[in-house]
Design a protein around this ligand. Structure first.
Ligand code: NCD
Length: 514
């Protein structure tokens, strides 16, 4: 079956099939051929009336400019922002509203980079045009992975099965290692070897996911141990901006024995890759390596142009455009993170404090969190009652308030300070409903930013529950929730990430005339 990228969001490399990755490699090689034969501009009519919007909340050289180059050579245009200074992000505009504005601006595709994990899935949910992930926090960078795979494919004459790749630098805080290793997991008999300090090592959840997907992952003691046994060594930059409190000096000492210098590559038939940039102060790759036959990272960067040009061509060459009407689907406001609990008896508990007739009981708070939760909610200043109580040795602290139906901002505020609170809605003096509010445990996930208003949502992925946005696994930890209640909630989750449906056809209608 022919691969089609028309109307597709590019969010995670795991959304691609092996056949689709190979299709893009071939398409990338065709762009390479045009370049080598002097036909750089031969497709300049292909995207003549198309515009790309770039939205870079984080610095970028290669990703942004290579998409722009692709667009330019295909006859399209581009516009957007590079860094948030000078945009209304400085006035606290949300991702939702900024993305919506880029759709209103008659763009055909968005390429976005943002520091929060899961922000690109959210952008894709909000936008009615295709969205390409140019890097979301420490989560994913799928087009980097595609260009990395294209580089390996080109340098190995199309061979990806049985490939042996080494990883070094910072495997923990970067997104390129996650995306490339997951891209490689589409191929057979792949081996990954890595050497790094514990703090910068391969994350547990990633190692598990890779093993489940059939990749052999081995940790080695030294860089030379890795070099000896691999075809490619993929070095990465320590992501200082993602490690608050860690200094450059700390990193220099962690990196000492893991930097790549000439002595570490000498004698091996290995090509060194790097997504770039190299940090010139840490110099995770010594400049002298640049002049050895092992250096392949600048060629890799040009494969980025071929790959992105090919991808844009595949996504946008079909013609037509989407109309914008400013409406958002209601689905964007609704989470599936409220785990319903069974009501036993229905009477309000907590006989030592005043009962309320209509309002909310915020129950099962973590010991010691009562004060911070009630301060953060600031109920009294907002005109609501607030009674806090701890009944020693019997149960966790709770709060009673006459605020009925607290919104997601309130519930997130509570859950950030005291995970998995139980929320009892009180009506007519009785418990009308009871649920546990679940919030993704990844501290860098966009669903945890209160004023971004991203409704937390989960999905089932085989036996694992994952956050819809950052895709990290979630395990319910509350002991109060019975196995029956847990499985009832889990069974109701969607199996996989399904696109958000826009309310009516005119919003997504394709109009063919230019
Ligand atoms: C990378 C990124 O932003 O994730 N850069 C890139 O796109 N080539 C790598 C990095 O910043 O270290």
């Amino acid at each position: 079956m022919a691969a089609s990228f028309c109307d597709r969001d590019i969010i995670s490399i795991t959304d691609f099939s092996r056949a689709e990755i190979l299709h893009l490699c071939e398409a990338g090689r065709r762009m390479e051929k045009l370049e080598k034969t002097g036909e750089r501009n031969s497709l300049r009519e292909a995207l003549r009336h198309r515009t790309l919007s770039y939205m870079f909340y984080e610095p970028s050289t290669r990703t942004r400019t290579s998409f722009n180059t692709g667009m330019r050579e295909l006859g399209g245009r581009y516009d957007g922002f590079s860094g948030t200074e000078g945009t209304s992000v400085m006035k606290s505009e949300t991702v939702r509203d900024t993305v919506t504005m880029m759709c209103a601006n008659h763009n055909d595709v968005i390429v976005m980079r943002h520091p929060l994990d899961g922000s690109l899935q959210w952008a894709a949910d909000v936008a009615n045009i295709p969205v390409i992930n140019g890097g979301d926090g420490k989560n994913e960078h799928p087009t980097q992975a595609l260009l990395d795979v294209l580089t390996i494919y080109a340098l190995k004459d199309g061979r990806l099965d049985g490939i042996r790749v080494g990883f070094g630098g910072d495997l923990s805080h970067g997104r390129t290692v996650r995306s490339l290793s997951l891209a490689l997991s589409h191929f057979d008999a792949v081996t990954i070897r890595w050497a790094a300090e514990d703090f910068l090592g391969m994350p547990e959840d990633l190692t598990r996911l890779l093993s489940d997907r059939g990749v052999r992952v081995e940790r080695e003691g030294t860089v030379r141990d890795v070099m000896r046994q691999v075809d490619f060594y993929y070095m990465t930059r320590p992501q200082l901006e993602r490690m608050p409190g860690v200094t450059q000096k700390d990193i220099m000492s962690m990196m000492k024995q893991y930097r790549i210098d000439v002595a570490k590559v000498e004698g091996f038939d290995v090509r060194v890759l790097h997504p770039l940039p190299v940090n010139s102060e840490i110099a995770e790759i010594d400049y002298r390596v640049y002049f050895t036959p092992a250096q392949a990272f600048f060629a890799q960067a040009e494969f980025g142009i071929f790959l992105r040009k090919a991808l844009l061509h595949e996504m946008l060459a079909a013609g037509g455009y989407r109309r914008y009407d400013g409406r958002l689907p209601a689905e964007l406001g609704i989470g599936n993170n409220r785990l319903p609990r069974r009501i036993r008896g229905g009477k309000q508990s907590g006989m030592f404090i005043d009962k309320i007739h209509d309002g909310t009981v915020i129950d099962h708070l973590v010991q010691g969190s009562l004060r911070t939760v009630s301060d953060a909610l600031d109920l009294e200043n907002r005109g609501y009652s607030c009674t806090t109580a701890t009944i020693p040795e019997k149960r966790n602290p709770f709060i009673k308030t006459n605020l009925a139906e607290p919104g997601d901002r309130d519930l997130k505020t509570i859950a950030l300070l005291s995970p998995e609170p139980t929320i009892d809605a009180i009506a007519g003096g009785r418990i009308a409903s009871k649920f546990v509010y679940l919030l993704c445990a990844n501290t860098n996930c966009i669903t945890r930013v209160v004023n971004e208003d991203v409704p937390p949502r989960f999905y089932r992925d085989n036996g694992t529950v994952r956050c819809r946005y950052c895709r990290r696994p979630y395990t319910i930890s509350s002991r109060k929730v019975s196995d029956e209640e847990k499985s009832f909630w889990t069974a109701g989750l969607p199996a996989g990430i399904q696109p958000v449906a826009y309310p009516d056809d005119t919003f997504t209608e394709r109009v063919t005339a230019h």
